[in-house]
Design a binder for this molecule. Structure first.
Ligand SMILES: C[S@@+](CC[C@H](N)C(=O)[O-])C[C@H]1O[C@@H](n2cnc3c(N)ncnc32)[C@H](O)[C@@H]1O
Length: 235
């Protein structure tokens, strides 16, 4: 694992082991700041995870979204994958459903064949990656044709509030106490428009929930869909 990723993971471990604040932070995040976005994520899980589906929770952390998947759908199997053993240990201590399997792995290089999952859920992960678009592309690789990637991320607010937030984050990340070292700017937000995609912003643009399908590419925001785009462009 490269040093930068290791250092980001280390910041989570510090929170988990030394300060024991991670779960408190997640509680405030889930119940207040990100509540509308998570309501949307849950609705998308209900919509897209059909009974018997095989689902990946990519960057599962302490298992919050894995539990939401179990609560809002009837999957056959959920793989909860995270790079951090410590996070997975917490998730394992909370989730005892036989449909859930836990695995250590990197969302940038998923240890799964193409077209493995019906749905991939990935919440609050891509914004801590150096190349968020590449991660979403990797998530698309492992969904089956007709499958869906549901992902949520924090975004960079514009204007004064955004500048204040950037300042606070720079301060806290310089102390290496916060995992929130980076919020995605407009240019970094992986998404493009097509019929199988959706994007909804919440909290004044602080959080975003998106879906993309197998036909989607995130390499160029304006090439909406590999399958349909050439025809549409010719007309
Ligand atoms: C903010 S937490 C989100 C956890 C969970 N998805 C949720 O909604 O509560 C980010 C998670 O990404 C994991 N992570 C960071 N880099 C990763 C990587 N390269 N591959 C897999 N997981 C990673 C961290 O260990 C952490 O558990």
């Amino acid at each position: 694992m490269d040093p930068q990723t290791r250092s980001k993971l280390d910041s989570y471990l510090r929170l988990l082991h030394r300060h024991r604040v991670y779960d408190d932070f997640v509680r405030v995040w889930d119940q207040h700041i990100a509540a509308p976005a998570l309501t949307r994520v849950n609705a998308l899980i209900e919509e897209w995870v059909k009974p018997g589906a095989i689902v990946l929770d990519a960057g599962a952390g302490t298992g919050k979204r894995t539990l939401a998947i179990l609560q809002h759908s009837q999957p056959e199997e959920v793989i909860a994958l995270d790079a951090s053993e410590a996070m997975l240990a917490v998730a394992k201590s909370k989730i005892h459903d036989p449909r859930v399997r836990f695995g250590q792995g990197d969302v940038r290089h998923l240890p799964f064949a193409d077209n493995t999952f019906d749905v991939v859920v990935c919440t609050w992960v891509i914004e801590i990656m150096d190349d968020p678009r590449a991660v979403v592309q990797e998530l698309i690789r492992v969904i089956k044709p007709g499958g869906t990637v549901i992902y949520a991320f924090c975004s960079l607010l514009e204007g004064t509030l955004g500048n204040i937030l950037k300042y606070v984050m720079a301060k806290s990340s310089s102390k290496k106490e916060s995992p929130l070292t980076h919020l995605l700017s407009k240019e970094e937000q992986p998404f493009h428009r097509c019929d199988s995609a959706s994007l909804t912003r919440f909290a004044g643009g602080l959080t975003t929930v998106a879906t993309v399908g197998k036909c989607c590419t995130v390499t160029d925001e304006f090439v909406a869909c590999r399958v349909r785009e050439p025809q549409a462009m010719l007309k």
